[in-house]
Design a protein. Structure first.
Length: 521
């Protein structure tokens, strides 16, 4: 990369002269995006993923890189996810630093969590259709690309003047050997003033994403130490986040922690953090907590919702039929009541699970399971199952809940897409087959818009139908599918292994190991 690229980027952002790449196989959507983005800079269009990749490589090699890239997820041949992976692979081969990598936004018509999860790994986020200028402004402002003022107003302005986003970014300076953090505060008359504050009080630093500008340096800050997760561009005087998390300042060291520690009860607020969370307190009813790298609650939880792609650990959960826990790793708890848990790893309950629905793609280990349903792909190991009062309890092993739930979701999504396609067909009628005959330019554009939307739905429909046809049956044969009773299996418990099921007619004492051969007790 040439030195000039480093020195002109901020001016390009201010003056709306950025280079932007837009990839979508629907021409109307490309044109619409380019119109919405023209205030930020000039757009280059690509009609498919391969064309976008070629354009990106060519621009980088000619030292005219794209600062922003928009990729439609559902492109044919090379889709948006594949294009994203190819661009990131090329950037790695060119040994680009984080700050020089393109900020990539995925565009999708579907909020399906599986598609978003697959795509968001190496990009800066997703925008759901229908696209609006407000959605774009919100997303780009977070990434350091705010809505620029007019070029006439900014043509003589230095890089940091008139820059809305930079007004949000704290300034770090040094006075008399002391490091100072300052932020802009907006006054009632519309003007702003600089206010000195403590770093831990700056909301802007509490949840950052990779590539985000996190601070500006005012002059040379001699005593400031750059710690883990901080990327520096001294020439620009900018600090970037090298990883997701929250920014901390201790002993003159600025760094990013991927773990958020909360030393109090969580009562009325929802928390969405990009790292892991540890709460040294209770979580009250109605709270939603999301953290991709793990959640640990050292107190009790009421009727709350927890979501993580990694492990979740908590004490007591009083779910009241409202708690929903989604866990990509292992789930651990002391006792849980009236709670729904879905985990890809083991579910481990130290004491008891009462009237709960437990689902895992691995195994369940519990002290007592009373009431509700327990479903595991591998092993269910429990000391006591059921109760003397004949509470309805189901133990199901050798069943992949994910395949079953995914099948249900796919069937529902396919029906919804077919309904949308049918609605467009009914709305357009024969007009969609005779675009040029006797129609105004406005009507033609409207029809093209609907046809582009229909095309996206048709591609998604094909993709979902193919996935549905390839989906494995929920009942999976495995030598590890068994139910282990260490102490007591009470009368009336329904035991299911693969497609075989039976109700226990008498209370049985353990230890017992049940598989499909021994299920008839």
């Amino acid at each position: 990369m040439s030195k000039s690229w480093k020195t002109i980027l901020l001016n390009k952002i201010c003056c709306g002269d950025m280079r932007i790449l837009v990839a979508d196989d629907a021409r109307f959507m490309r044109n619409l995006l380019c119109i919405m983005l023209r205030s930020w800079g000039d757009c280059t269009q690509a009609s498919d993923g391969q064309e976008a990749l070629d354009a990106y490589k060519k621009a980088l090699r000619e030292e005219k890189p794209f600062e922003l890239v928009f990729l439609d997820i559902a492109m044919p041949e090379m889709n948006g996810k594949e294009t994203l992976e190819a661009i990131r692979s090329f950037e790695r081969s060119e040994k680009l630093t984080e700050e020089k990598k393109a900020r990539i936004i995925m565009i999708t018509a579907f909020s399906n969590e599986t598609h978003l999860y697959k795509s968001v790994k190496d990009c800066q986020g997703c925008i759901l259709k229908p696209i609006s200028r407000e959605k774009i402004k919100e997303k780009l402002t977070l990434l350091g690309f705010p809505y620029p003022e007019s070029k006439e107003e900014n043509k003589d302005a230095p890089p940091h003047e008139h820059f809305v986003y930079f007004e949000m970014v704290p300034i770090i300076s040094e006075e008399d050997g002391r490091i100072i953090f300052s932020v802009n505060r907006k006054l009632e008359n519309g003007h702003t003033e600089m206010l000195n504050t403590e770093p831990d009080k700056i909301d802007f630093l509490k949840n950052v994403i990779p590539g985000q500008i996190i601070a500006r340096l005012k002059g040379f800050v001699e005593k400031l130490i750059f710690g883990d997760g901080i990327t520096i561009n001294l020439e620009k005087g900018l600090l970037y986040a090298g990883k997701a998390g929250h920014v901390i300042f201790e002993n003159n060291t600025l760094s990013i922690l991927e773990k958020l520690i909360i030393n109090e009860d969580v009562k009325y607020r929802n928390i969405e953090f990009l790292g892991s969370i540890e709460i040294n307190g209770d979580v009250k009813e109605g709270v939603h907590i999301s953290a991709p790298h793990g959640i640990k609650i050292n107190g009790r939880s009421e009727a709350c919702c927890l979501n993580s792609e990694s492990n979740i650990e908590t004490g007591l959960i009083m779910g009241r039929g409202k708690s929903v826990i989604t866990c990509g790793g292992t789930f651990k708890a002391k006792s849980i009541y009236n709670t729904l848990i879905e985990a890809r790893g083991d579910i481990i309950i130290e004491h008891e699970a009462v009237e709960c629905i437990l689902k895992t793609s691995s195994s369940v280990h519990a002290g007592v399971i009373t009431g509700g349903e327990c479903t595991a792909l591998k092993t269910i190991e429990v000391n006591r199952a059921g109760s003397p009062s004949d509470t309805s309890t189901v133990l199901r092993a050798g069943y992949d809940f994910y395949s079953a739930d995914r099948k249900e979701l796919l069937e529902k999504t396919i029906d919804e897409i077919k309904s949308k396609i049918e609605k467009i067909d009914n709305m357009l009628g024969p007009e969609q087959h005779n675009l040029e005959k006797g129609k105004s330019l406005e009507r033609k554009d409207q029809i093209r818009s609907y046809l582009a939307e229909k095309e996206q739905f048709c591609r998604a429909l094909k993709e979902y139908e193919e996935e549905l046809s390839e989906l494995q049956p929920a009942e999976k044969k495995s030598s590890k599918s068994q139910i282990i009773i260490n102490d007591i299996l009470y009368e009336g418990v329904k035991v299911v292994i693969h497609e075989f099921e039976e109700f226990t007619l008498n209370t049985l004492k353990g230890p017992l190991i049940l598989d499909e051969k021994l299920i008839k007790l």
